[in-house]
Design a protein around this ligand. Sequence first.
Ligand code: M6R
Length: 606
Amino acid sequence: MCGIIGFVGHEDAKKYLIDGLQTLEYRGYDSSGISVYTEQGIQTMKTVGKVSDLKKLVAENPEITGNCGIGHTRWATHGGVTATNAHPHTAGRITLIHNGIIENYQELQDELAAKGRVPISQTDSEIAALLFDSLYDNDPEEAILAGVAKIKGSYGFLILFEDQPDVIYAIRQGSPLVAANTPKGSIIASDMVALVSYTKQFFVLNENHLAKITPDEIIVKNAQGHVYGPTIQHITWDIGAAQKGGYDYFMMKEIKEQPTALHNTIAPRIVNDLPDFSADHVPDDIFKDVKNIIITACGTAMHAGLIGRNMVERLARIPVTVEIASEFRYQNPLVDENTLLISISQSGETADTLAAVKLAKERGAKTLSVVNVKGSSIARESDHVLYTHAGPEIAVASTKAYSVQLSVMYLIAMKLTLLNQTKTEEEIQALVREFVKVPELVEEALDFDNLAESVANSLVKAEDIFFVGRGLDYALSCEGSLKLKEISYIHSEAYAAGELKHGTISLITDNVPVIALATQPDVFAKVISNVEEVRSRGARVILLTNEDSSVKPGLCDHQILLPKIHPLFTPFVSVIFLQYIAYYVSVKKGLNVDQPRNLAKSVTVE
Ligand code: M6R
């Protein structure tokens, strides 16, 4: 959470900072600010609101100019949304921006107060500025290292020292930082999207490594103080992938990108009609002798895990549990060397998921991650990675990342099936031949656009909505419900269709629409009975079924017929309709689809 950027070079830094903050705004959007080294020293401008508000403020103050600066777009943790709490924070000779949470800020604040150093904001970040200033005795590196040694929690800091013009110092723990030196200067940010306009070569600053950033070079020292040559990475997408490309919102663009994202994720991993991870350097050995699998993730990624569990258990007959990452580490999990822990994350930076991976590793588990962002913390922490190839996902509501996560979970399930010999090679090949049709069928499902828009009209005024289904459809309902509440602010719940009658059906009235998924032949009749139950309590029903499923007249208000697809793969096409519904309800309510209130894209705090 929070977008941070620093630039030091041969041109006005403000343009780099504002442009960077605009691309990073999805990481936090309640307030923003920049500090620039000017001839008069470091000057700061900050404001509540969007980066566009900051841009206006900057335009009103053209005299504040310089070639070195730092910028921040905030997702509030400690302290409300005010200009004072916005970053950068200055204390004495230090000006800094921070992404993360300082867990022992109260203790540090008390220590500093005893020395007469009192913050003016309510943030934990200002405490860090006060701390570094109190430790600064003309050696910036010494002050930073002494300061972070006292800090508990997560941080990505960019720090300016008043008497060190045109130098930015950076250090991180937990929170991501990527950097590059270009002919125009050096640039560092919390996310590659802020760098890609200038370069495709970058490096990830390792945890606890200290970077000294000047116009012509970036010197990195490791935790022992030795100069360290970071590994340069290359990204394959360009800035167009992180722009709206004519769409009103990123979310719609990303919905439409799903066929390509799926193709790019699936195709390279099919050899002789079988799943093959050799190009990913993921050996089959890690799947052998696995007695149990734990899938851990948060939010949408966790929902991809629910479908993954269904597929692995159904096809490979290996027990799987799905653990919400924020719960996993606090319940003394049963993990040992026979466990395969699969983590799923779009950003690869979700703090809870990262902590779960670290804990599982400590306990001897094999760790495999399914991650979208190259070189991200979860990817680096895991023994093995299967990258999804969705390209950058900017809308806070995850869409294409979910689909590609699903596709990798299907590939893993089929690989385990092959190794576990719970189906013959020929049976798996037959399944794979159906699976490779998924991107094409998703393309077909994109035609639901207009139908979903008209169905959305009937949902805009609802205050509560239920999503129901069984098996795979229940797992998918969880995602449909999250998507809707996240961006439309309508309360909704996903329920196992058969469980309604054990209490929840008392909530069903003619004011509570039900979106029912009945795509699985083995439980179709059961779900239809459950739909009858809600229908007879007055619910308006939107029913998703296979193309050839007929239902009795009057059972639902809208029946959505999905493209013909193997029943195991229906989540890929059903989710398109559910994503559209969430999108159009949000648009019709006049909400900011891409930046829903209180949220941020990448949750790097626990
Ligand atoms: O980057 P990650 O996939 O680890 O993020 C996990 C969740 O925070 C994320 O999926 C979140 O639930 C989405 N905003 C939902 O649309």
